[in-house]
Design a protein around this ligand. Structure first.
Ligand code: DAT
Length: 177
């Protein structure tokens, strides 16, 4: 099997606080992949529709973000870090990791981040019902979706190792190493 990309593109998704950034940054440091925090990218490039006062966060302009990223990601090598499990077109990504965290652990992480009231409740519920995983399953081929537990430091290290190994294997399988 070969791919037009010289490296894979990976999506790490899940509820805010489940550890997407921690995993994505560590994998990028261990490999030659580029970490792309899609929300930050949108804000830095001014691709934001509005600021959501209720949830105290920017609402990204999805079409503009996709247009802006399209040429950059053609050759692969990106680790996308985004809470939205269905933003990226299916043919952009080779594998999807949905990070999961137990609600008690997530509660502590989100309150430490200053989340409260509706924003806290909404995100805890979203995680409790496994919504990110469900949405990812609707958006991508379920065969490329992997749910990863990310509660402890040990699990974080295992996840980083597993994803990094997967990248190396992809390159071998696609004759890109
Ligand atoms: P996200 O990018 O999904 O919003 P994050 O990577 O910023 O999440 O992590 C949220 C907080 O939790 C941050 O303080 C780092 C910590 N964290 C992430 N993964 C962890 C793990 N497996 N064990 C302990 N702490 C973790």
């Amino acid at each position: 099997m070969t791919s037009a990309r010289s490296s894979p593109n990976i999506l790490i998704t899940g509820t805010p606080g489940v550890g997407k950034t921690s995993i994505a940054k560590a994998v990028a440091e261990k490999t030659s992949m580029t970490w792309c925090d899609v929300s930050k990218y949108a804000v830095e490039k001014n691709l934001v529709e509005e600021f959501d006062e209720k949830y105290n966060c920017p609402v990204i302009d999805e079409d503009k973000v996709l247009d802006s990223l399209e040429n950059e990601v053609k050759n692969g090598g990106y680790i996308f870090d985004f809470y939205g499990p269905d933003l990226l077109p299916e043919d952009w990504v080779d594998i999807v990791f949905v990070a999961r965290t137990e609600n008690k652990v997530l509660y502590d992480r989100l309150t430490a981040r200053g989340y409260k009231d509706l924003k806290l409740e909404h995100n805890l519920e979203y995680e409790m019902y496994g919504m990110a995983l469900e949405e990812a399953n609707d958006a991508y081929d379920p065969n490329i979706i992997h749910s990863i537990e990310n509660n402890t430091q040990e699990q974080l290290e295992d996840n980083v190792k597993r994803i990094s190994c997967w990248i190396e294997q992809w390159k071998k399988d696609n004759n890109k190493s």
